[in-house]
Design a protein around this ligand. Structure first.
Ligand code: C2E
Ligand code: CA
Ligand code: CA
Ligand code: CA
Length: 279
């Protein structure tokens, strides 16, 4: 029994080792990545459902590591959250997004709100709201041009504190959206407990909206509920024209997904909004 136990342990730890080694390697490379200038932001259009105009954009973090090559956010964000490095990284994202908003002033993307993803660790940091305020001020960007995307996890982790943070953000005119709505914890009480501006309906529901009556009904219900609570609605992961039409008909305010535009560098985003020269 002892031998079998050891064998199992070894087997188990081999699999764990692979994951842990991966995380360890990423963790090591992440530590120099900010200083080495390895991050950049891509922006994905969030279009107004009716007009198709760019309503806002979501900033998505991109990392090209000198040693590891391109690493997807789904691989490195969890590692950065485990080590706490996400606070510094999130600070870089905030800084870069505000710099970009300031740079867009006076051009075709002037006044387009930038939405950034914020993790629980950042929000729990007592310096977070002052940092947001100072970063906006340093770039001369009004709070109304910034939106923060939080997940439901953030809201349950630390209720009273989060409520206070959201109130102070609102005082800065910064809006808050609930990301990936419908996945994970989904307690509807969050919607009345916290001052939110926007619900982002998760891609998992949008995906099946054309072919599954259940998904269709669910999305319909979320949109109706959002309307009655005075919330803006964004559908994520819109990949087909059929989905876009259904969502618009249901009264969804904004659409985001590959059907509208892929995440892109700022230069490409300008091409998306600039009037075509042959027009
Ligand atoms: P998310 O916040 O839900 O972001 C949306 C993700 O869906 C992005 O993946 C985007 O590229 C992808 N996407 C957009 N439209 C479509 C579509 O039509 N179909 C499909 N299949 N996918 C679509 P990405 O950029 O790989 O980011 C993954 C996750 O990493 C994000 O999910 C977010 O949770 C996290 N993340 C990205 N940037 C940051 C950041 O700056 N800070 C933090 N804390 N997390 C971030
Ligand atoms: Ca997001
Ligand atoms: Ca999302
Ligand atoms: Ca997601």
């Amino acid at each position: 029994a002892k031998k079998a136990g050891r064998g199992e342990l070894r087997f188990f730890s081999d699999a764990m080792n692979a994951a842990a080694r991966d995380a360890l390697v990423i963790d090591g490379a992440l530590r120099h990545a900010i200083a080495a200038n390895e991050f950049r932001l891509e922006y994905q259009v969030i279009a107004e459902a009716g007009s198709g105009k760019v309503g806002k954009v979501e900033a998505l973090l991109r990392w090209r590591s000198a040693t590891l090559g391109t690493v997807a956010p789904d691989r490195f964000i969890p590692v950065a959250e485990d080590s706490g490095l996400i606070v510094e990284l999130g600070g870089w994202v905030l800084e870069e997004a505000c710099r970009q908003a300031a740079q867009w002033r006076g051009g075709p993307l002037a006044g387009v709100r930038i939405s950034i993803n914020v993790s629980a660790w950042q929000l729990a940091d007592p310096g977070f709201v002052p940092l947001v305020e100072a970063t906006l001020a340093r770039h001369g960007v009004p709070g109304a041009l910034l939106e923060l995307e939080l997940t439901e996890r953030v809201l349950i982790d630390d209720g009273p504190n989060v409520r206070n943070v959201l109130e102070r953000l609102r005082a800065l005119d910064v809006s808050v959206s609930l990301d990936d709505f419908g996945t994970g914890y989904s307690s509807l009480s969050y919607l009345t407990q916290f001052q939110l501006n926007t619900l982002k309906i998760d891609r998992a529901f949008v995906m099946d909206i054309e072919h599954s009556t259940r998904s269709n009904s669910l999305v319909h219900a979320i949109i109706a509920m959002g309307h009655s609570l005075g919330l803006q609605l964004v559908a994520e992961g819109v990949e087909t024209d059929g989905q876009a039409r259904i969502l618009a008909r249901m009264g969804c305010h904004y659409l985001q997904g590959f059907h509208i535009a892929r995440p892109a560098a700022p230069e490409q985003l300008l091409l998306f909004v600039a009037p075509r020269s042959d027009a």
